[in-house]
Design a protein around this ligand. Structure first.
Ligand code: DGJ
Length: 746
């Protein structure tokens, strides 16, 4: 495994634990693509995979060589205008108006490990032997511009990370109209495209469509990666299931505007491209300037969607998330938002925390409303000092009272925003994202601060540094509650206005980096009206993210199931909240809300003081169960068993298995009661087939039996005389615990 290079034929074989990715230098000096798919044994040459023939209707690069048409040739970083009519990876415009480039291979460099990307989130290695990085150095003779294509292949993972870097080494200004991160040409289109789509409070629902001719794309132009489309797409074979078959995943490590698309051409080839959304993007490169694109993760598995998820989960858990919280198990928290909204004082908060502490909660999180004069969402964002009407002794006083209870203290912030009704806005009205001579649209009564400006980032850093220093803060929930509009910056000249959205993201990343460096012990959770910016970029800074504002147990089945396609449980904030649920007004049992939330980073978001004694006891048990199993939940391998998106979606099931396969937790959920149902079994996954497991402290079953014959669900009866212990009615759930037992003991 690693990178094999045939200097003579100029072929490069990047071999990961599961995949092979083979490229070569084309006759015209550009980089061509030969193969991406299941790992194949290295042989000295794969040049025979390059196949072209003259086709009458195609343009070709050379006079007299009708076959060499870029429209037919598979490429690594294609441009437009020189016989390829598909959508390109880039477009550079010269001072004379020409948009034609010809980046020719000059050399390569190969190194151990993986370099970080300036100012951008990226996966990493801890030991250089984990990955090899191959960089192609290309040059455009006419403009003098240099292009580096970077590939890092992980030896023990089915992962390749790709990005591109343009360096203007010439003497004229270049305008980048499009600079995507990766492009991959597949020889066929017999694939389905899987994406994670939604909206606020119904994020990351799984959608699947067969590829067909033309462009099928998802994108964001909202200034965030968005709830509408996660920056993720997978191509799977039609026959691929959860546990078997081939699937290719593409995931963008970025939190702003993006494009992800598959284009099927007239030869049934498929081109996947991913990167910063070229719509409303144009970047000026002065002589000497360079531009690094964010990276794309390419993940491959021939073990179905669960295999793909497994590759992404372990990569993100182990080599994207950083800091001490990467490996530390996460605390059980209570957040006051749905308990009090803006209406609280110190006494209420301490009494809520104290009640939670008695039940086993470890962290109290103070949400929105603690600063400025914020009694609703119309004021004070930007004024990051405590409201002494509510907190007479400020954050130091409150945090002391909480930590004196034996709990950790956490704080909500929304640094990227400002209300018009704030001291900050009065002082710096031009510090917002806006354009001249036009009114600014509002979102949740707020405006977006212009984090493309260094002085804004510095101001926020100073404010937040002061708050996090004066109080004993162990956790920060970093919220972000609106999409961008009228995108422009007062600090940029007219010709650079289209750089604002990306410069903003660089400012957000810089602010995060400085804060996590100054406060390495603090656990950051990112949030954007729930899950509107749940992406790998954010996870580089904040190890977990608030999955959705929708905490209804039934809605969460779809949201958490969909999120798990690309993200590990250790990144998903999941809380038990009040009923009737505040988003959909549905009433589900405390048991079911707990059974769904424990498959995530667990907590509560309700006024637990109002619970009955029985409910408090139940909550205590939920917390005890979570604490006992959180190592398994946070670090185990996740498998989806029954999809809420398939069939009538009435049943969902999933499970998590410990790394050594000695323990597992299975969640099973039924939405509506059914009259006289059948006797279905749920086939488990990921167990050791040769191992015996005790199910819920009772019967012992073989791992092979549980995976192939299935686990009998004992809640599927119905009728006039329900068996004892059966859960009745709608919205029921069970969590089964499997523990390996030694054969000799039986
Ligand atoms: C949106 C978040 O998703 C909620 O959890 C809460 O923090 C509110 N913002 C507070 O304004």
């Amino acid at each position: 495994m690693g990178v094999y290079i045939n200097e003579e034929t100029q072929e490069f074989h990047l071999q990961s634990s599961t995949s092979s990715y083979i490229v070569h230098v084309l006759k015209n000096g550009q980089i061509g693509h030969l193969y991406y798919g299941r790992k194949i044994r290295h042989r000295s040459s794969f040049a025979h995979l390059f196949r072209i023939q003259p086709r009458a209707a195609e343009s070709s690069v050379y006079a007299g060589d009708l076959a060499f048409s870029l429209d037919i040739i598979k490429q690594e970083y294609p441009g437009y205008g020189t016989s390829d009519y598909r959508e390109p990876a880039f477009q550079l415009e010269q001072e004379n108006g020409s948009r034609i480039s010809d980046f020719q291979y000059e050399s390569y460099s190969l190194s151990k490990g993986k370099p970080s990307l300036d100012g951008l989130p990226a996966v990493y290695t801890e030991d250089p032997s984990e990955a090899d990085t191959l960089i192609f150095h290309l040059k455009d003779a006419v403009t003098g511009a240099a292009l580096d294509l970077m590939y890092s292949v992980y030896a023990e993972r089915g992962i390749i990370a790709r990005s591109a870097r343009i360096h203007n080494q010439g003497d004229q200004v270049l305008q980048a109209n499009r600079l995507l991160s990766a492009s991959v040409d597949f020889p066929d289109s017999r694939m389905h495209m899987v994406t994670l789509n939604g909206s606020w409070s119904r994020e990351r629902h799984v959608a699947e469509r067969p590829l067909h001719e033309g462009v099928q794309k998802i994108s964001s132009a909202r200034g965030t990666s968005s709830a509408q489309h996660n920056p993720f797409l997978a191509l799977k074979r039609p026959e691929t299931t959860e546990e078997s078959g081939e699937v290719f995943g593409f995931h963008f490590v970025y939190s702003g505007n993006f494009l992800a698309q598959a284009e099927v051409d007239h030869y049934d080839s498929t081109r996947v491209t991913m990167g910063i959304n070229p719509f409303d993007f144009r970047w000026r490169l002065e002589p000497g300037d360079d531009f690094q694109t964010p990276e794309v993760i390419l993940a491959y598995s021939d073990e179905g969607m669960s295999g793909l998820s497994g590759e992404l989960h372990s990569l993100y858990r182990e080599r994207l998330v950083r800091g001490p919280w990467r490996d530390q198990t996460r605390p059980v928290l209570i957040n006051n938002w749905e308990a009090t909204y803006f209406d609280f004082d110190e006494k209420t908060l301490v009494s809520l925390a104290s009640a939670a502490k008695d039940l086993g909660v470890e962290l109290f999180v103070l949400d929105d409303g603690w600063f400025g004069r914020r009694d609703d969402d119309t004021s004070s964002l930007g004024d990051w000092y405590a409201d002494t009407r509510k907190l007479p002794e400020g954050l130091p006083g409150l945090s002391k009272k909480i930590t004196d209870l034996g709990m950790a203290f956490g704080l909500w912030i929304e640094p990227e925003m400002v209300n018009e009704d704030s001291e900050l806005y009065k002082k710096h009205p031009d510090w917002i994202i806006h354009v001249p001579d036009r009114p600014s649209s509002h979102g949740r009564n707020q405006l977006t601060l212009d984090l493309s400006r260094q002085e804004v980032v510095d101001y926020l850093y100073d404010q937040l540094h002061a708050r996090l220093s004066e109080a004993d803060v162990s956790y920060v929930k970093w919220d972000m509650n609106r999409n961008m509009t009228e995108i422009g910056s007062a600090a940029l000249p007219a010709g650079r206005q289209t750089e604002t959205a990306h410069r903003y993201m660089l400012g957000v990343y810089q602010l995060y980096e400085r804060l996590i460096t100054a406060f390495p012990h603090v656990l950051f959770e990112s949030c954007a009206s729930g899950g509107c910016r749940f992406d790998p970029g954010m996870l580089y800074y904040a190890p977990q993210a608030w999955t959705s504002d929708d905490t209804d147990a039934i809605e969460r089945l779809k949201i958490q199931y969909g999120t798990s396609i690309a993200y590990p449980l250790s990144t998903m904030g999941a809380h038990v909240s009040d009923v009737p649920n505040h988003q959909v007004h549905r009433t589900t049992s405390l048991e079911m809300r707990g059974d769904v939330s424990i498959f995530g980073m667990f907590g509560y978001e309700m006024d637990i003081r109002k619970l009955s004694v029985e409910e408090q006891e139940q909550m205590k048990q939920q917390i005890a169960l979570y604490k006992a199993k959180r190592e398994l939940i946070q670090k185990g391998t996740f498998h989806r068993l029954l999809s809420p998106f398939e069939g009538d979606g009435n049943r969902t099931s999933w499970m998590v298995v410990s790394e050594n396969k000695k323990e597992a937790l299975v969640g099973w959920y039924r939405v509506l009661a059914e009259p006289n149902p059948g006797f279905p079994r749920v086939k488990l996954a990921g167990l050791d087939p040769d191992q015996l497991y005790r199910v819920d402290g009772g019967p012992v079953r073989g791992g092979d039996e549980l995976m192939h014959a299935g686990l009998l669900i004992d809640q599927e009866h119905s009728g006039s005389v329900p068996p004892e212990g059966e859960k009745l009615g709608d919205f029921i759930s069970c969590v089964y615990h499997l523990e390996a037992v030694d054969e000799e003991l039986l």
